[in-house]
Design a protein. Structure first.
Length: 292
């Protein structure tokens, strides 16, 4: 008999150790990012045990608006029975939703804030969604530019990344990791120093943040043209005793498939390009003469 009592005591003690003394709600949220006034809304979350969970809604003044519940939750979780939005949310403002068990009581429950804007309800997050600064990039044609964007709060999970406002058609960003990849084609740098400006966007629930980035695509042949060969001494001596050679127009560095104005624009806007032209092609009276 004493042996049976001992076994029973051990089993009872084990059950007490495995079952929390107070099976409290630990977290919960709306089941969607928002619910419109003509929908029924619901919550789901986690608890420490398997107790009935109640969610009380209070208006901006603290007045009781109603209650939802899950009378038959699963172990460690709960999901309340959906109720119409219009039955609980009647005036615009910020409401409190508090989830708790019988043991926990409302005053010790978990509270989240729900905003009603007259058309829909949505949870007010307890974090600020913000992208880390993204620097502009420079890349040559046919070279890949790749980088990963991220948010300032590393504790936030499930954010979604995307591209907006006319990104290059073949540029991609991984919606989960934020990794951006783009390989400009041979046509992207036809205009020397061509710029592509667009937005990188991150979204989480009702929050969105964006940063504008500019990627400059260079044509390597235009940025680093082949150096003009130096004439040997015999050629120089001959030139001093003969008529000067006729200037080649357009100049050797000019790609005749490109718009001559692009060379003029670079000469007028880029100090390094202007110096390179002036140092290497002094025989031309101006960039206009050189490009024809």
């Amino acid at each position: 008999m004493s042996t049976k009592l001992g076994i029973f005591a051990v089993i009872s003690l084990s059950l007490l150790m495995l079952t929390p003394a107070y099976a409290n709600v630990t977290s919960f949220s709306l089941d969607k990012s928002f619910f419109t006034v003509d929908e029924s809304f619901s919550f789901s979350g986690e608890q420490e045990g398997k107790e009935i969970v109640y969610v009380i809604i209070r208006n901006p003044n603290g007045g009781f608006k109603g209650m939802l519940s899950d009378p038959a939750p699963g172990q460690g979780e709960f999901s309340v029975i959906p109720r119409p939005v219009e039955n609980f949310f009647t005036s615009q403002g910020i409401y409190n939703a508090t989830a708790f068990t019988d043991n926990q009581k409302e005053e010790d429950g978990v509270t989240i804030k729900i905003e009603y804007d007259g058309n829909k309800i949505f949870e007010i997050p307890d974090f600020v969604l913000e992208l880390k600064p993204i620097s502009d990039k420079v890349v040559d044609e046919l070279k890949t530019v790749s980088f990963t964007v991220s948010i300032t709060d590393s504790s936030v999970e499930g954010e979604v990344y995307s591209l907006e406002k006319n990104p290059p058609s073949d540029a991609t960003i991984n919606s989960s990791t934020g990794k951006f990849t783009w390989t400009p084609s041979g046509s992207h740098g036809n205009n020397p120093g061509a710029e592509y400006t667009f937005d990188i966007v991150v979204t989480k629930g009702s929050q969105t943040d964006r940063d504008t980035i500019t990627i400059t695509v260079n044509d390597p042949d235009a940025v680093n043209p082949e150096p003009k060969p130096e004439p040997d001494e015999k050629t120089e001596t001959k030139q001093t005793t003969s008529e000067p050679d006729e200037l080649e127009i357009p100049a050797p560095f000019v790609d005749e498939t490109k718009d001559p104005q692009s060379y003029v624009d670079r000469y007028n806007s880029e100090a390094g390009y202007k110096k390179w032209f002036d140092d290497n092609y002094p025989e031309y009276s101006s960039i206009y003469q050189a490009v024809g």
